[in-house]
Every structure is written in structure tokens, then in C-alpha cells.
Design a protein around this ligand. Sequence first.
Ligand code: FES
Length: 233
Amino acid sequence: MSKIKFSVDGRECFGKPGQTILEAARDNGVYIPSLCRYEGLKPTGSCRICTVRVGGRYMAACTQPLSEGITVENTAPDLEDMRRAMIEMLFVGGNHMCPTCEKSGNCELQALAYRYQMLVPRFPYQFPLRTIDPTGPKLLVDHNRCIKCHRCVAMVKTKDGKSVFGPLYRSKRKKIGADLTLAAGLTDDQAKKAMDHCPVGAILKKEIGFAVPIGRRTYDKAPIGSDVETPRT
Ligand code: FES
């Protein structure tokens, strides 16, 4: 198979036809931060955390196909600051309440905030009025933390392929709704996967909480991106 030559921040890399910039960068040990993307799912390009610059143009690395000879900027200070601003916006636009969240330490948004050393956001908190839906037998859906990445829409399905989650409304009113009848039919394993696939703490499995103590969770042990990055020589 022919190789595609490209560079990220001056580092020479090689990718395969059909790969996106983000996939090829990861194969070369270069971490491009991502949030809505999930391995194995068609990328939706909804969060824009993976924005890189190619030839002066901004593009989402998770959706942009690789092409021969491109020079990708990934860690330019203005790009990193733009990502930090996006993360801050996600925090101020919801009610995340990390200290009480079951996903704390396993939350990708929180892990990115640590990576970008976010302290006080530059934007005012919105404190939106959002609901919590605790009525299903297996799942609790907390809209306060939802970042509308659509992962659950694509991944959480019943045995016969029906989506349990789906977008409702538009613009500011947009939310991800759950079909509680379908959600009630999920197995324990499916409910656990629904929780694990949510990048934040918007979908929580009921009955067992804090099974792994805070301090021993995924991003307590290693920062986000450390599984991809190889040190520069
Ligand atoms: Fe690329 Fe969200 S990870 S747009």
C-alpha cells in the first residue's frame, strides 16, 4: 500500500490512504486532542477540539482526509489557546459539578481541562437550567453535563438497532433526548457501555457508583493523550 508523506509541527510522518489527519498523526505518535470522536465511529466533527491548521486554513483533523505533502500545525500557541477556549466554553455552557460526578477521573472533558491547565474560564458561567432524568431503571441522564457530542446517538442502540438517544430541538434549545422505553430494555452491559462511551458524566449507570475510587481512575493514572504521544528526540 502506498504511503502518504506529511508533517506535523515539522515532524516527518507517514500515513495510509483513507486515513484522516488525526488517525495518521496518532499512528505516528502525535496526539491531536479530540473529544466528540470515538474510535470505530464515523466522526461527526461536532466539537472542533481537534482543529489544526493546514496551509493557513483551519480544519477538523478528525474528519479531514490525509493528503500527500500537507504540513499540519498542531501545537501553535494560538491553536492551543483556541482549544483551551473551546474547553472553557463547554464548562461555562453547562453545569459540570466535577467533584460530585461519578465520571470524575474518567471524564475526557475534565482530562482535557487538566491538559490545558484550565483554571478560571475567561467566559462568564451561564448556569443554564437543565434537567436530570432519573426515571429509567438502568440509566440516569444528566443534561447538565451533556456536551452534545452525539456519541450516544450513534452508539447506544437496542438489539434490533434502534437508537436510544437522539437530538431534540435546534440551536440554543438543542438537547439530546432519551427514549425511556428503549432505555429500559438495555442490558446491564449495554447500560455500562453507554456510560463509558459518554465522554463526560451525562449518562450514568444506576445501582453501582464509585466502584473505582477517585484517585485510581483512568486519567488519575496518566494524562489524556499519553497513550498516543511519543517523546520527540
Ligand atoms: Fe474532531 Fe470533535 S474530535 S471535531
